[in-house]
Design a protein around this ligand. Structure first.
Ligand SMILES: O=C(O)CCC(=O)C(=O)O
Ligand SMILES: [Mn+2]
Length: 209
């Protein structure tokens, strides 16, 4: 496992990136994919204009609200379920299409849907999972963009004794390209943070087959 340092990157260059090797999987991190001004504008505009909903999961016979708001957008023929929740795609918004254009050129990859997550404060989170639903194919490439509060993002090996871990900080305007073998070998989570009042938006672009 290898770590590089973003201090050596040119902050004005949206395509400047680091490569993290996690065993047999690769993550490319573009810390400055969106500059601070546009990131702050996207944060506010996405919070205000996205048709957010809070879904619930059935856990041990009880309906439990998930700790974040979500919105699924995509091409109108994409149909997807996430942790047992069936998501009907909303039509693309102008902001999301603009973000999609930027990251498709950085990633050199096309996506047809996106899951938006709104973490209202440090008490919102997502627990250990992999984005490995069968609709995403055998080797899903996932493009993850973050706006707002810096949050810790953690990886844990799926197999073996699970002791292999990797942590990163997802900053305002960063873009993480999770390579095609990552979801097969690693789980990820965004843990709660006590005392954090600031919001964060994350978009994970996916390709549904
Ligand atoms: O908010 C994040 O950075 C991750 C979200 C995530 O893992 C997901 O929606 O599948
Ligand atoms: Mn995920």
């Amino acid at each position: 496992m290898e770590e590089q340092n973003e201090l050596f990157l040119d902050q004005r260059n949206s395509s400047a990136h680091l490569t993290h090797e996690l065993g047999n999987a690769i993550i490319q991190e573009f810390p400055f994919a969106f500059n601070e001004r546009e990131s702050n504008r996207y944060l506010k505009s996405l919070i205000d204009k996205t048709p957010w909903q809070q879904d619930s999961l059935r856990i041990a016979g009880k309906e439990v609200l998930i700790p974040r708001l979500q919105c699924w957008m995509g091409d109108q023929d994409s149909n997807y379920s996430y942790s047992g929740i069936r998501l009907q795609p909303k039509p693309w918004s102008e902001d999301v299409l603009n973000i999609k254009t930027r990251i498709e050129s950085l990633a050199e990859h096309k996506f047809n849907s996106v899951l938006l997550n709104y973490y209202r404060n440090g008490q919102d989170s997502v627990s250990w999972h992999a984005d490995d639903e069968k609709e995403l194919g055998d080797k899903p490439v996932i493009a993850s963009i973050s706006f707002g509060a810096v949050r810790k993002f953690q990886f844990r090996a799926k197999f073996g004794n699970g002791v292999q871990k990797f942590n990163m900080e997802l900053r305002n305007g960063s873009f993480l390209l999770m390579g095609d073998t990552l979801q097969n070998h690693w789980l990820h989570q965004l843990p709660k943070v006590s005392g954090l009042k600031k919001p964060r938006i994350n978009l994970t672009f996916r390709r549904i087959y």
